[in-house]
Design a protein around this ligand. Structure first.
Ligand code: ZN
Ligand code: ZN
Length: 403
């Protein structure tokens, strides 16, 4: 059976509009009750109950709080996954809106509430449309995108991507105006790792440093040396960032402490640079600690690979988006982000793409991701549901859907 593209586009638009308020309310509910990485318990319960109500098969016994729902097609065929992350961040909500976070110190400041609401919206619209599809749609609600161990990595190890032929996801982008999407072929985000370093010295009286191994002084030397690695040793044509975000040493002005702690992140766009910086970092720590007579322990967490958007998926998105959006609404993302995104793990198993979804209110100031005033223009949610539904249909129907 073939479908008339224009009729279907109008039908989807009407259907999304009819449930628009419901999608926004679902997002606001997640927004008011955010949960941190790996403890998305209430979020998972809400998701499971929504999919149960929709009579869509749902699994909840995977990787603690993950929820995987499977909308089976009428015939067997390919499986397309849609991923939405679930976790919030330890940030106080400074917005003055009725749907502000009710959990002190926890905020959906990366838009994962929006990603979940849109995935639910797509499931609802597909159920309403009830179009015969040759294949299954797997909705992957993933815990812990914001911390390590990465939820995507754990889910992949648990087999969530087995049998999946393609995967799509949105990430809201507050730097792009609502109504627009951002696409990039190939590498989209950085290759990242984190390190945790403990320096061991010898405690002593602040008046008698000769009897101690001064971990605070050693820590300051290591910090200065680490910050110089990217600036003084790295090929300037290969982007890299080494940032230290956590330093902890001592407890009293007149005591030299036994230990000091440094944690940070390394981001590059290629594997070689990451390996180079990692080994230079360890050489530096080794040399300075040894010179001071101390010792150290260092741990590098499993790196998160770069998101690689597959040209075939980008082609499909450009094709579909080109029919329902104007050329000004489809923005080519020129620069790779030095941010990390664990969606990359799924892409090691199946081709896919991460779509940036513009969410800035027109003429309003940008409220950046991971900040206490982060918010979106909720019209973005409706565009997201609209576009993702069409992408799903085109993915399965191909030439039978003439857009
Ligand atoms: Zn984030
Ligand atoms: Zn995010």
């Amino acid at each position: 059976m073939s479908y008339n593209g224009t009729e279907l586009v109008n039908e989807i638009r009407a259907c999304v509009e009819s449930i628009g308020a419901e999608i926004i309310n679902i997002r606001r509910d997640f927004h008011q009750y955010p949960e941190l990485s790996w403890v998305e318990v209430k979020t998972a319960k809400k998701l499971a109950s929504i999919f149960n109500e929709l009579s869509i098969d749902v699994e909840t016994d995977i990787c603690k709080t993950a929820v995987v729902a499977n909308l089976a097609g009428n015939k067997s065929g390919k499986t397309l996954a849609i991923r939405a992350d679930m976790d919030a961040l330890p940030i106080h909500d400074a917005k003055d809106v009725p749907y502000a976070s009710r959990i002190p110190g926890v905020l959906h400041a990366c838009g994962h509430d929006c990603h979940m609401a849109m995935a639910i919206g797509v499931a609802k619209v597909l159920k309403k449309l009830n179009i015969e599809l040759p294949g299954d749609i797997r909705f992957i609600f993933q815990p812990c995108e914001e911390a390590i161990p990465s939820g995507a990595h754990e889910l992949m190890k648990a087999g969530v991507m087995d049998g999946v032929d393609g995967i799509l996801a949105f990430h809201v982008d507050p730097e792009v105006e609502v109504g627009k999407i951002g696409l990039r072929n190939g590498i989209m985000t950085a290759h990242c790792t984190e390190f945790q370093l403990t320096i061991h010295g010898k405690s002593g009286h602040a008046a008698r440093p000769h009897q101690a191994i001064d971990t605070v002084y050693l820590c300051s030397q290591i910090l200065a040396a680490l910050y110089s690695i990217v600036g003084s040793r790295k090929n300037p044509f290969m982007p890299a960032v080494l940032t230290i975000g956590h330093v902890d040493a001592g407890f009293k002005a007149n005591v030299i402490p036994d230990n000091a702690y440094i944690a940070g992140t390394i981001r590059t766009l290629d594997d070689n640079s990451l390996e180079e910086i990692t080994s230079q970092l360890e050489e530096t720590v080794h040399a300075l600690t040894r010179a001071a007579g101390g010792h150290y322990q260092i741990e590098f967490l499993t790196p998160v690979p770069s998101v690689y958007n597959h040209p075939d998926m980008i082609g499909l998105i450009e094709d579909v988006a080109g029919k329902v959006l104007s050329s000004e609404q489809i923005v080519k993302v020129e620069k790779v982000s030095m941010g990390g995104e664990d969606f990359s793990w799924y892409l090691e198993k199946a081709p896919g793409a991460l779509i940036r979804l513009g969410s800035r209110k027109p003429d309003a100031e940008v409220t950046y991701l991971h900040t206490s005033r982060f918010d979106i223009d909720e019209k973005a949610l409706l565009l997201g549901v609209n576009l993702m539904t069409l992408l799903v249909l085109k993915y399965f129907l191909g030439d039978k859907l003439d857009l």
